[in-house]
Write a protein that binds this ligand. Structure first.
Ligand code: HEM
Length: 506
């Protein structure tokens, strides 16, 4: 019984794919030859299109792009997907033709996890998106707001350093430590409280699984019965229920806090100050021209969206920066010298020191050049368009491969080498004007969390290298540090980063 269930849920779909592949083991002609104005495409198979050529990560897309060019058209099942892999193509899409690329692609899973696109990241371009973004930026992510979280950041950095100090000399799981640290800061500023490690981990894991589940219905609707055989609907439903319960809990806690103002119920332990979730719960956001109502699902969708971005994306950059520094001891030393010179004699590095730390800034630019998270910026074309001489159809999904752009040898000298120095004498920054470095995207749908993540990542890394000489586990050479990437929509380290922190000075 168990074996049967296992075969039906896991192996059968892949066997079917294999059979299809064998039956149709005949190359189709290049679509670029058939339709002269279409972008070049790799050869594809009936039904599955180019799916068999993707190993689930951006590296396989980059290899295809090297062969077929910086603008290529793939077919994932029956879905046309344009892959842009050069800074020029990114500029054309995100700047010169921006109004036609303001929508995001959709999928069944995304619809489920976002409460039917009630979040911000995958919300269609329109009224809901506009209001949600304005409120998010104004009440959580503006420069002023981010500066006002200085105390929270510093307190959390101190707590994290205390944990490290206690375990000095022994192995520390820095990946876990940093994910919890970024989540603590985010939750304190957004909802006024923190969660225990297990709850955060479970919620993130469930969400990542939900986003990443491959469903035939979205790419090969004729094979959607396989999804049913694999029980994906009920898997999604179960995961969604758990995430939903967590989000309901967050909302109830805040409603309870409000009620407490009237009935002195002491059962909720959250900060008294108004935080972002309270703003959303006020329900009506008025401006001069219109009023907008946030329903409960809108609040849950938006909150989950920023909970994940505020934690996973932010932490991932920190994790890669630290990994690169440990792997490159000379770069680590240079950064330590800079930080220690400016913060000399102080108990901690503070926000005021950060503006002077040019090399630290360059370390983050270089980290995001090599490890952009997400590696692909997703958009969707909303009308037929001639793009760089190619005819592209309305509804085509678009991915800008920032991972490939960051490693393009025509843009970067020794692109695979971690070399923050390249940014010291360069005007390039990551705010969206330089298309060779767009880890946060750009334009109207660009990331609103840049200042937020910059502030937390810089203060955390500066303090870590100020206090500790971090090294790989004993016996391991820095250059042998495992740097494997995960696959999927967000790239983080495949395996946790374990380091040994001896105290540099107390
Ligand atoms: C280092 C950390 C981060 C990176 C690398 C990152 C990257 C990105 C990228 C590439 C996009 C797509 C941009 C585009 O389409 O042009 C995006 C969108 C978005 N990000 Fe971030 N992000 C980070 C942190 C954050 C944080 C901290 C938040 C909020 C707390 C956030 C919230 C969002 C939202 C809501 C969107 C969708 C914007 C829209 O569609 O209008 N991000 N981010």
């Amino acid at each position: 019984m168990f074996l049967f269930k296992f075969i039906v849920s896991s192996v059968l779909p892949f066997l079917i794919l294999l059979v299809i592949k064998l039956i149709h083991h005949k190359r189709t002609t290049h679509s670029s030859q058939k339709h002269e104005n279409r972008p070049p495409s790799p050869w594809k198979l009936p039904i599955i299109g180019n799916l068999h050529q993707l190993s689930g990560n951006q590296r396989s897309l980059s290899i295809l792009a090297k062969k077929h060019g910086p603008v290529m058209l793939l077919h994932l099942g029956c879905v046309p997907v344009l892959i842009a892999s050069s800074a020029n193509a990114a500029r054309e899409i995100l700047k010169n033709h921006e109004p036609m690329f303001l929508d995001r692609l959709k999928s069944t899973n995304l619809g489920k996890i976002t409460y039917n696109f009630k979040d911000l990241t995958f919300s269609p371009y329109g009224e809901h998106w506009r209001h949600a973004k304005r409120i998010l930026v104004h009440h959580l992510l503006s420069h002023n707001k981010v500066s006002s979280y200085q105390k929270v950041r510093e307190e959390e950095v101190t707590l994290m350093m205390d944990i490290i100090k206690e375990s000095c000399g022994s192995l520390v799981n820095f990946s876990e430590l940093m994910i919890l640290h970024t989540n603590n800061v985010f939750c304190r500023v957004a909802i006024g409280r923190k969660f225990e490690r297990k709850k955060v981990k479970d919620l993130i894991e469930l969400s990542v699984v939900m986003i990443g589940l491959f469903r035939f219905v979205d790419y090969m609707p004729s094979l959607s019965w396989i999804d049913k055989l694999r029980g994906l609907d009920s898997t999604m439903e179960n995961h969604h229920k758990k995430v939903d319960k967590f989000l309901d809990g967050v909302i109830e806690e805040h409603l309870c806090k409000k009620r407490r103002e009237y009935d002195s119920d002491k059962s909720c332990e959250i900060d008294e100050e108004q935080c972002f979730i309270d703003v959303l719960l006020k329900n009506k956001e008025n401006d001069d021209t219109t009023s907008f109502l946030f329903e409960r699902d809108d609040i849950k969708g938006l909150f989950l969206d920023i909970f994940l971005a505020g934690t996973i994306q932010t932490f991932s950059v920190l994790e890669w920066a630290l990994s690169e520094l440990v792997q490159n001891p000379k770069t680590m030393k240079k950064l330590q010298e800079e930080v220690r010179e400016y913060a000399q004699g102080k108990p901690n590095v503070t926000d005021e020191d950060l503006a002077k730390l040019e090399y630290l800034n360059a370390v983050f630019k270089e980290t995001m050049r090599l490890h952009p998270s997400p590696p692909l910026i997703p958009r969707e074309l909303t009308q037929d368009l001639n793009l760089m001489g190619y005819e592209i159809k309305c509804g085509t999904k678009v991915f800008i491969n920032t991972w490939a752009i960051g490693r393009d040898p025509t843009l970067w000298d020794e692109p695979e080498v971690f070399k923050p120095e390249r940014f010291l004498s360069s005007p390039i920054d990551y705010y969206g004007a330089y298309f060779e470095l767009i880890p946060f995207g750009t334009g109207r749908r660009g990331c609103p969390g840049i200042h937020y993540s910059k502030a937390i990542n810089e203060i955390t890394l500066a303090n870590l290298v100020y206090k500790f000489d971090l090294a790989p586990p004993s016996g391991e050479k820095p250059k042998d540090l495992d740097m494997s990437e995960s696959s999927g929509a967000l790239i983080h380290r495949k395996n946790n980063l374990f380091l040994v922190p001896p105290l540099a000075f107390k």
